[in-house]
Write a protein that binds this ligand. Sequence first.
Ligand SMILES: [Zn+2]
Length: 435
Amino acid sequence: MVAEKLTKSAWQSAPKRGLIAVVILLALPVFGLLTAFGVSTDTQLENVPRSEVVQVLAIPAFETEETDDEEFHASERILRGDTVATLLQRLNVNDAEAFKFLRTEPAAKNIFQLRPGRNLQAITDADGELQKLRYLHSPDQFLEIVRQENSFTAQELVLEPVRQTAQRSGVIKSSLYGATDEAGIPDAIANQIARVFSTDIDFHVDLRKGDSFSVIYEMLYFEGEYMRPGRVLSAEFINNGKKFEAFLFTDASGAESYFTATGTNRAKSFLRSPLEFSRVSSGFGGRMHPIMKNWRAHTGVDFAAPRGTPVWATADGTVDFVGVKGGYGNVVEVRHSNSVSTLYAHLSAFAQGVRAGTRVSQGQTLAFVGATGWATGPHLHYEFKIANVHQDPMKVALPKADPILPQYRAAFLESAQTQLSQLALVRDANFGRFE
Ligand SMILES: [Zn+2]
């Protein structure tokens, strides 16, 4: 196992809790992955089945290789207009050899792709001689330059974040994002909540004042620094008095799906709305309201939406047709299992890579709202057919999805029960805030 333990709170300006991270050499994938998890504050979540190999490591002290020499640690945020030379200067690196290495070593080329806001870290000796340099150039990867005897090595390393959990709850007053903002929930998590429950709730139109939710999700840290939100692990949403739950389950093959407390797969049935829900498209009973025409004559449902709004595949399937079809204008048709097909019309543009024969997954963007064909203004015309017979998608009993596989059922139900009580605790703990 070529994995290096990097533990130094010395990299940071202020000491943080003892989180540790493990980095893996990209060039040596045969050694496999080692994932380190932080010690969760919520011990019950340790029961959530995970596919990763979990190794809980003790909280070590900063290990220095050269105890005789003094080391200087510096960290700099890249600003607009920075060059590698100005950054090295700010990091107190005074090392012509190191700079020459960076310029000539192909494996170090990423150092010259400076992105404002990203971080550069250096360890130098008292003379400014570079010992180690790191450039965290992407969310999951960084470049590391290390001094060897009389030369340097450059490696791209994968950044394995430490996962901690956060628990929040909220009550809808005016919009989902209003509530998630108030609860301090990142947008990426709000979007996941909307997506996870979108087989039951059309967030464009179904939200009611007083609806509430609780969510447990991951926060990813690297060396004590918060990086970004991870996945929603479990959530409950009470919409118009009706309670929905979702629990993430990872099976032995690594496949992840959200299930209800009784083991029904949430993701595999159809989304209630073919329009993406996002901060931009959200509104309380707003612009996305379906215009219910006499669909028997009309054969579909029209959704008023601004031009350019992303149109989602409402379920997994295969694209059957992409192109122009008379009064429909630009159309995408998707074939799903159980003889179901869906059609999306009047589109302004198609998403990249969407063509006949393409496999698409639920929630994948197919195209964008427009007014091509016989349309008086931008809207989405959406059709839902079973065995080529038009159905009202707002009323049809949607095909049931595969429940959790029998071999996972017992483990899942047990973990779901634990998470249910956890969610209830989150809800109760926060309830007072909204009274
Ligand atoms: Zn229509």
